[in-house]
Design a protein around this ligand. Structure first.
Ligand code: ATP
Length: 337
């Protein structure tokens, strides 16, 4: 089976900026695929290349096994949900959703029926007559989604679609989007700079840095086994241990990732269990983060973060502590990368 989307060594430059730099990638049909990376890393440009709003300078793109070279956006079986929704304020919700069908010349009754179906998919049945200004942010987001779904795309491109929503609504929409994607069985390509969002929603995540994909895989593998310092640090702000530190504590003499939640904080001098490593240091900062508390500890001339479930109030800045972690939690990365 051909992949839904294939990038073969694709580059896109704007003047001297390499927005997308030699990306090779297969996105499988029916997959929820997240593109994750910091601002300016090339995610949106990749999405625009799939949509056909941009053309590659080098390499080529296939959609369901057919070349996309020279195929205009409206002839690709692909629709985009933009971050700002781009709804027409003077049109009703129903007219907004049916707009694409009107442009394609479909009859009024058929358009209206399809728009109703699309609105019920996003739980907005009965909202046809309202204007965008009469909707909440979350409802506007759903209208934008319905407007893309009404065309029956095989690939839906979502560019930070939840960026404008507050945290609670965003979490609710994350679940709904995921459920909708599973129901419809279509391929979603989702751009975000929020690692929690990418990890919780996607089947696979591609991590971008400076126009390149630096790692791609299931959320658990990207999180548990980062291959580079960049991924370790960007996805979940891991501790990055230098080779000498790692080898001095039972690891390999390579750059090593150690997740803060794998490190337990104990009073200085606590016995170290078998198969564990430890270091002693002084707490420099305590930050309460809701579900967890993060301790920043100075040890062996480094700063190490440890995260423990909130409610542990035993320690304060200035206390001497022993950090203890399982040796198996130390993950070796590509050297220097
Ligand atoms: P963000 O999360 O901020 O949207 P991104 O990862 O989506 O970032 P892109 O929007 O793909 O990044 O941009 C990648 C790089 O290409 C940036 O340096 C950006 O300034 C540049 N760029 C993108 N579009 C254009 C354009 N039309 N003209 C010039 N430079 C552009």
């Amino acid at each position: 089976m051909s992949p839904a989307v294939r990038f073969v060594n694709v580059s896109r430059r704007f003047g001297s900026v390499r927005a997308v730099d030699g990306v090779t990638l297969d996105i499988t049909e029916g997959e929820f695929f997240a593109m994750l990376g910091p601002s300016g890393s090339g995610k949106t440009t990749c999405l625009r290349l799939i949509a056909g709003f941009e053309q590659p300078d080098d390499g080529h793109i296939e959609i369901f096994g057919e070349t996309a070279d020279g195929v205009p956006p409206y002839k690709r079986n692909v629709n985009t949900v933009f971050q700002d929704y781009a709804l027409f304020p003077h049109m009703t919700v129903g007219e907004n959703v049916a707009y694409g069908l009107r442009i394609k010349g479909q009859a009024r009754a058929k358009r209206a029926a399809k728009a109703r179906d699309a609105l019920s998919m996003v739980k907005l049945a009965g909202f046809e007559g309202r204007r965008p200004a009469q909707l909440s942010g979350g409802q506007r987001q759903r209208v934008a989604l319905a407007r893309a779904l009404v065309n029956g795309p095989k690939v839906l491109l979502l560019d930070e679609p939840l960026g404008a929503l507050d945290l609670k609504l965003r979490e609710q929409m994350q679940e709904e989007l995921k459920a909708l994607q599973k129901d419809l069985g279509i391929t979603f390509v989702f751009v975000t700079h929020d690692q929690g969002e990418a990890l919780s929603m996607a089947d696979r995540v591609a991590v971008f840095n400076e126009g390149r994909i630096v790692q791609v895989g299931a959320p658990s593998s990207v999180y548990e086994r980062p291959e580079s310092r960049f991924v370790a640090d960007f996805v979940g702000s891991s501790n990055v241990l230098p080779p000498a530190f790692a080898s001095g504590h039972g690891g390999v003499s390579k750059w090593t990732s150690l997740r803060p939640e794998k490190i337990a904080v104990h009073p200085a001098g606590t016995a170290v269990p078998e198969k564990h490593a430890a270091t002693e240091g002084e707490i420099k900062m305590v930050s309460y983060q809701g579900a967890v508390t993060r301790f920043n500890v100075e040890a062996e001339k480094m700063r190490i973060n440890a995260e423990v479930p909130a409610g542990d109030t035993r320690f304060k800045p200035g206390d001497s502590v022993r950090l203890i972690w399982p040796k198996s939690a130390m993950v070796t990365m590509e050297e220097g990368a």
